[in-house]
Design a protein around this ligand. Structure first.
Ligand code: KE4
Length: 430
């Protein structure tokens, strides 16, 4: 039987019934070519596919898995919750427990509303910003991804600070034109947008550390500038911490950079791997959300008891262990090894790590925005990705994603990965 026969068979069946054979596009391996493997199970830093291959995993459910796969504390919390009922649609104590944990860890969130995905969180936060300010325009940064809500599927028009164009069929041009896109890390472009449209901009939404254009950290002063400019123009600042929350630091990027956004969205880690996300922020804003206020948002499975229990277990573990220095040292070791191997092979590479989040680009650094990231050698990334996978190291199947580490990535996994990076780089650049 072929090396990946079981995955291949499952993929053929999936292609018949699920668009592209996947339930989220990036999983289809279109960014690297070939076909995806199917997971059988996972434990700690490892995932095992249906053909018996063992991979050291750096996707970690796109950041949600931070303790390691199937961590006993999470599994026990989910089992205990499930035995008490899987869903009520009625308030339950676990929602209050998780709300107290989240608002205690992220004090800028004076109130919080749980939803089921990062997309729901960002859509709701933007609706709140528009409702609270009475303004229609929103501003985002090129390369930042905030979920698949219509207002976010927008590419920049020509020029720099211009109104948006639909990035997907099905997004009305009239709606896309309400989204302004400017380059990340570019305060001049932001000032220009506010000079021309400032009194119409409801909010700026930003990935405080970009993970969706590959890893791009903010330059010195970027967030302070965002905070100043939005305040000056009466626009709200939304930190989209769906990826960075409880990942780059316990309190997220806002704790790392000392910024108090008006609203924050969180996801991934907050749910312990279950479908949980949230938006929250200033009390005077959140109290405008139904039923406290007139701005409507709802969800059948919001505050689901199993998701709440998994989230509580994960955040309690992180609050008590505060593992971020250890996570960052592992992530930094990986970046150093990868960049070193690339340069030894005579190819440019640049990368970075913050807490348990890291990433790299095969281009001369520094990478400051999406245009820089798009100059990277994607063909080399594809060869490197497959050379790593064949050696048991699983990276995100796209050059425009971040990577992660978990508490379960110990010395053995890091040492093995460093060795694989060297071998894979030789193969990919031969
Ligand atoms: P979801 O709707 O996928 O739960 O969250 C959307 C979202 C919002 N904001 C940020 C900063 C995000 O990173 C995401 C989702 N991240 C991607 C990873 N690049 C999810 C992976 C996928 O789309 O399958």
């Amino acid at each position: 039987m072929a090396d990946n026969e079981r995955s291949a068979r499952l993929f053929r069946r999936a292609l018949e019934l699920i668009p592209g054979g996947v339930n989220s596009p990036v999983r289809a391996f279109r960014g690297v070519g070939g076909e995806p493997f199917f997971v059988d199970h996972a434990k700690g830093a490892h995932i095992f596919d249906v053909d018996g291959h063992d991979y050291i995993d750096y996707v970690l459910s796109w950041g949600a898995v931070i303790l390691g796969h199937a961590h006993p504390a999470i599994v026990r919390a989910v089992q205990d919750a499930a035995e008490r009922g899987t869903s009520f649609g009625i308030p339950n104590g676990q929602e209050v427990e998780l709300a107290e944990l989240v608002t205690g860890i992220m004090p800028a969130l004076e109130m919080v509303r749980f939803v089921n995905s990062g997309t729901e969180a960002t859509m709701s936060a933007v609706r709140l910003a528009r409702g609270a300010t009475g303004r229609d325009l929103i501003l985002k940064f090129a390369g930042c991804y905030h979920g698949h809500g219509d207002s976010f599927l927008v590419q920049a028009g020509s020029g720099v600070a211009t109104l948006g164009l639909p990035d997907s069929p099905g997004v009305p041009a009239a709606l896309a034109s309400l989204t302004i896109t400017v380059p990340y890390n570019d305060l001049d472009a932001l000032e220009q947008a506010f000079r021309s449209q400032g009194d119409r901009i409801a909010c700026v939404i930003v990935e405080p550390v970009v993970g969706n254009a590959g890893f791009i950290p903010p330059v010195e002063g970027f967030h302070e500038g965002l905070r100043r400019i939005t305040r000056e123009h009466g626009a709200l600042l939304i930190f989209d911490e769906v990826m960075t929350g409880f990942r780059v630091a316990l309190g997220g990027a806002q704790a790392l950079f000392g910024i108090q956004p008006d609203l924050t969205t969180i996801g991934k880690v907050v749910g312990g791997g279950m479908p949980v996300a949230a938006y929250g922020g200033r009390r005077d804003l959140m109290e405008r959300i139904a039923p406290a206020g007139p701005i409507y948002q709802a969800g059948t499975l919001s505050g689901n008891p199993i998701g709440m229990a998994a989230g509580c277990a994960q955040l309690l573990f992180l609050r008590e262990s505060d593992p971020y220095a250890a996570l960052e040292s592992r992530a930094a070791a990986l970046v150093e090894a990868l960049v070193g191997a690339a340069r030894a092979a005579g190819v440019p590479a640049w990368g970075g790590a913050l807490g348990g989040m890291w990433g790299f680009h095969f281009t001369e650094g520094p990478v400051r925005n999406f245009a820089d990231a798009r100059r990277a050698d994607v063909a080399l990334f594809r060869r490197f990705f497959w050379a790593c996978l064949r050696r048991g190291v699983n990276l995100a199947p796209s050059a425009f994603e971040a990577a992660f580490v978990s508490l379960a990535h110990g010395d053995a996994e890091i040492e093995r990965t460093v060795a694989v990076f060297g071998e894979a780089m030789e193969e990919a650049t031969a």
